[in-house]
Design a protein around this ligand. Sequence first.
Ligand SMILES: *[C@@H]1O[C@H](CO)[C@@H](O)[C@H](O)[C@H]1NC(C)=O
Ligand SMILES: *[C@@H]1O[C@H](CO)[C@@H](O)[C@H](O)[C@H]1NC(C)=O
Length: 430
Amino acid sequence: MKLICLTLLIISGITDSRSEQYEVVGAAGPVLAVAGEDVILPCSVKPSISVVDMRVEWFRLDLRDSQLVHLYEDHVDKNTDQIQSYRERTELDHQELQRGDASLKLSSVRVSDEGLYKCFIQSRSWFDDATVNVSVEAVGRPPVITVDGFDHSGGLHLQCESGGWNPEPDLEWLNSEGVRLSSGTTEKHRNTDGFSVKHTVTVYERDSKIHCRFKLKHHMLETLIITTSPVLAVAGEDVILPCSVKPSISVVDMRVEWFRLDLRDSLVHLYDDHVDKNTDQIQSYRGRTELIHQELQRGDASLKLSSVRVSDEGLYKCFIQSRSWYDDATVNVSVEAGGRPPVITVDGFDHSGGLHLQCESGGWNPEPDLEWLNSEGVRLSSETTEKHRNTDGFSVKHTVTVYERVSKIHCRFRLKHHMLETLIITTSNY
Ligand SMILES: *[C@@H]1O[C@H](CO)[C@@H](O)[C@H](O)[C@H]1NC(C)=O
Ligand SMILES: *[C@@H]1O[C@H](CO)[C@@H](O)[C@H](O)[C@H]1NC(C)=O
């Protein structure tokens, strides 16, 4: 009985090695995967004999250091040396191995999965491999448009940015009529989550909707900005209040008057008979306004206002008058002022061991958000709030009671583009 068995084994071994000449077949073309979804990387042997007893190795051809994506050997998956980013995301269907199919299921596809894969299948007496080229399409994050300011000629600088795209997306700017605007500068870089792209554009249209559109073959994301947004000035810096005539004829021989719509004795700047006449100008604007006389030739009467103050916030009118005609435009100026560093004062303890703190800061515009945070970044709720406004902006005072010992308490004043923070350390020495 023993002898017969042994003979049978030898015969079957010989038969095996003869029939074990096979070809490994991958995908005909590149495999397209979508980020976040699953994908099958095809690989099988021809003729379709079982590969259950063979070694199946999937690896990346295009990576330098570690390359192993999935290893099946001695009837089990052995993924201890697998590339870290593939952990728990690869699967070989063991039932399909019997039918000669060693396709790899890859879950939750990432941009970094894009590349060349090799499927290598080895029996005792033979081996072959196939290459699979995987492309990943990733739709990035919604584009964000930022206003970067105005220039002398009244052009509005916009910037549009979005990341997480693969392959590199097309970005286009469109105006209300759907006409493509040409980008100024382009910046792009690539990291593991895909391409980030930033374009700038200068827009001369007022009252227009400007679209920023990111596009791939099958996907599109778009953001819109409406250019009537007020002029944002920063306290202490200079700002240009845009105003020009259309068509752009020279206004050198005309009268240009800038005034505040919301104040009574309201002259901000007067240009008349070819000279600036600012004797009746509002006192607080003295020495801070400038019309660029060269630009007047090109129809541009934009006003440069230096060292912006909170009191400059308001509605301005630009009035341009020739001998036979006049027209005006309104410019709404908002001023953002990051105030003085907040000051925390200790107001004492109460019976239950609570520490009373008060935090105060002034010189902010518009009204800032104030928040208290503990060491863990958890927001503490303010008890009382006081605020008042004067010519240099908003002053705000909040109080809080803290029961934590040995903690850092932060008091944070915030505006859209400004933040100031002060810290107090409470210790248990009481
Ligand atoms: C892989 O596919 C991509 C996209 O189709 C192609 O651009 C690239 O050249 C291919 N790489 C190889 C090595 O075939
Ligand atoms: C001016 O802009 C501010 C800030 O955006 C806005 O609150 C205000 O309503 C605007 N005023 C006018 C008259 O458009």
